[in-house]
Design a protein around this ligand. Structure first.
Ligand code: GDP
Length: 445
C-alpha cells in the first residue's frame, strides 16, 4: 500500500497530540520532531525535509494561529497544507495542442521503470478524452519492447507504429509523425529506449529525437519504489534533456513515498500521473491535495467517487434504478452490482480511500474482508434457476437445499446470502434518488 509506514507514523504523532488536551510549545516541538523523523524514514530527501520543517515551524509558531482550532488541530492543518504545497499544490494536466494539430509526446526513463506499460496507459487516457493517439515504437534496442507495445496498444484499441529494429529511433519518430498526419491523428507518443543507467549516448539520442520532431512534451517515467534514486534520475534527465513532467509508477507497492514527496521540490517539475498497478487502467491523475489527505488518513473520497463514475455504466445504473422502482431487483442484478464493486478494486480498494482507513489499518482490514466470500456468493447465485434469480421470494427451504448442494456449500451459507440480499434491497429503497422520489419516499418498491 502506498505511503503505509509514513501514514502510520504521522497519524500516531497526531493521535498523541489530540489525546493531550492542552498543548505546550514543547509538545508541539516534540511532535514536529517526530514528523521530521517520519519524513526522513520515508526516504524524503534531506534537503526537502529541512525546507519543509522550516516552513511548518515558521507557521506553527508565527502569525498563522487560527481561532477555533486547538494547537493540535492547527499542527495537523499546517502539516497537511505544507504536504500539499510540497507536492506542487495544483494538479498539472499534460499540455496538448488544439485537437486540429499534432502533439508529440516523448516518453523517457530507465529500463524497468514501467515506461512501455505507462505509454499504453497514457494513450488510453488520452483516447478516453477524445484524442486519436498513435504509439511509436522507438525502442530498437530491446526487441521485446516493440512487441510489448504492440500487445498493449491492441488491448487499448490504439494503433502502434513500428519499423522494426533496423531503423534509427530518429527516423522512426519522423515517420510516425508523418503517418499520424496522413491519418488525421492528433497525438503521437514516442516510446523511447530505456537503459540500465543514465549514459551520454542515451541522452544524446533523446536530444536528437526531441529536435528532429519538435517534441511538445517530454515525460519522464520513474519507479516510485526506487526512492531517492528516482529523485536523482529526475534531476539528471531534467538537466540533460529538459522534462515537462513526471509519471511515477508502482506507487501501489511503495510503502515509503519518498519519491512522490521529493520530486517536485528537487527537480521543479510536476508529477502528472501515478501508476497504481499493472493493469492498463491503473493510471491515476496526481492530485497533491488528495494525496496529502490519504497520507494523513483523512481519506480520498473524491477519487472514490470518480472511480465509481468511471466504472459504473450509466445505462446499467439507470436500468437498475428502474428495476428497483418496479420491485424487479433480483439476484442477477445483485451479481451485477457485486461485479461492479470488484471492478472498482474490490472492497479493500474502496475502503482504502475512506477517511480513517490509511496506513496499516488497511492491512488489518484486508485480512477481515473476505473477498473469497464474494466468489462464493457468485457460485450460489449461479446455482439458482433463472426464475429463482428473478423472483427471490420463491426461495423456499427445499429450493435452498438444492442450491446449496449444487454449489457445494452449507445451507446456512445460502440463507446468509438471501438475508444479505434482502438487506441490500431494503437499503437501496432508502437511498435518495435510487427510487426516483425525494429522499426515496415517493418511489414504490
Ligand atoms: P520499461 O522497461 O520501462 O518499458 O518497463 P515495463 O513497461 O516493461 O514495466 C516493467 C514492469 O513493471 C512490468 O512488469 C510492469 O507490469 C510493471 N509495472 C509498470 N507500471 C506499474 C505500476 O504502476 N504498478 C505495478 N505494480 N507494476 C507496474
Amino acid at each position: 500500500m502506498a505511503f503505509e509506514s509514513l501514514s502510520d507514523k504521522l497519524q500516531n504523532v497526531f493521535k498523541n497530540l489530540r489525546s493531550k488536551g492542552r498543548l505546550t510549545e514543547a509538545d508541539v516541538k516534540a511532535a514536529l520532531k517526530e514528523v521530521k523523523m517520519a519524513l526522513l524514514e520515508a526516504d524524503v530527501s534531506f534537503k526537502v525535509v529541512k525546507q519543509f520543517m522550516k516552513s511548518v515551524q515558521e507557521r506553527a509558531v508565527g502569525a498563522d494561529v487560527m481561532t477555533g482550532l486547538n494547537p493540535g488541530q492547527m499542527v495537523i492543518k499546517i502539516v497537511n497544507e505544507e504536504l500539499v504545497a510540497l507536492m506542487g499544490s495544483e494538479t498539472t494536466e499534460i499540455a496538448l495542442r488544439p485537437a486540429g494539430e499534432i502533439t508529440v509526446i516523448m516518453m523517457v526513463g530507465l529500463q524497468g521503470a514501467g515506461k512501455t506499460t505507462t505509454t499504453a496507459k497514457l494513450a488510453g487516457k488520452l483516447k478516453s478524452k477524445g484524442r486519436v493517439p498513435l504509439l511509436a515504437a522507438c525502442d530498437v534496442y530491446r526487441p521485446a519492447a516493440i512487441q510489448q507495445l504492440q500487445i498493449n496498444g491492441e488491448k487499448q484499441g490504439i494503433e502502434v507504429f513500428s519499423m522494426g529494429d533496423k531503423q534509427s529511433p530518429v527516423n522512426i519518430a519522423r515517420a510516425a509523425v508523418e503517418h499520424a498526419k496522413s491519418r488525421n491523428m492528433n497525438v503521437v507518443i514516442l516510446d523511447t529506449a530505456g537503459r540500465l543507467h543514465v549514459d551520454e549516448e542515451m541522452m544524446d539520442e533523446l536530444v536528437q529525437i526531441k529536435e528532429a520532431v519538435h517534441v511538445d512534451q517530454t515525460i519522464l517515467v520513474v519507479d516510485a519504489m526506487t526512492g531517492q534514486d528516482a529523485v536523482n534520475v529526475s534531476e539528471m534527465f531534467n538537466e540533460k534533456i529538459g522534462i515537462d513532467g513526471v509519471i511515477l509508477t508502482k506507487l501501489d507497492g511503495d510503502s515509503r513515498g519518498g519519491a512522490a514527496l521529493s520530486i517536485r521540490a528537487t527537480c521543479g517539475k510536476p508529477i502528472l500521473y501515478v501508476g497504481m498497478g499493472e493493469k492498463l487502467s491503473d493510471l491515476e491523475q496526481f492530485y497533491p491535495d488528495r494525496m496529502a489527505s490519504r497520507i494523513l488518513g483523512m481519506g480520498d473520497v473524491m477519487s472514490l467517487i470518480e472511480k465509481a463514475q468511471a466504472t459504473l455504466d450509466e445505462n446499467k445504473a439507470k436500468e437498475l434504478e428502474q428495476k428497483i422502482k418496479k420491485a424487479k431487483f433480483g439476484f442477477d442484478d445483485y451479481l451485477e452490482s457485486m461485479n461492479q464493486m470488484k471492478n472498482m478494486g474490490g472492497l479493500s480498494g474502496i475502503l482504502s480511500m475512506m477517511p480513517g482507513m490509511g496506513g496499516s489499518k488497511m492491512k488489518n482490514l484486508e485480512g477481515m474482508i473476505d473477498e473469497k466470500a464474494l466468489a462464493r456468493n457468485e457460485a450460489i447465485i449461479l446455482s439458482m434457476t433463472p426464475e429463482e434469480r428473478a423472483n427471490p421470494d420463491i426461495l423456499n427451504p427445499s429450493r435452498k437445499k438444492r442450491i446449496a448442494a449444487g454449489c457445494g456449500v452449507d445451507i446456512a451459507e445460502v440463507n446468509r446470502l438471501v438475508k444479505q440480499f434482502e438487506q441490500t434491497r431494503k437499503m437501496m429503497k432508502q437511498i435518495p434518488g435510487m427510487t426516483g422520489g425525494r429522499g426515496g419516499k415517493r418511489g414504490k418498491f
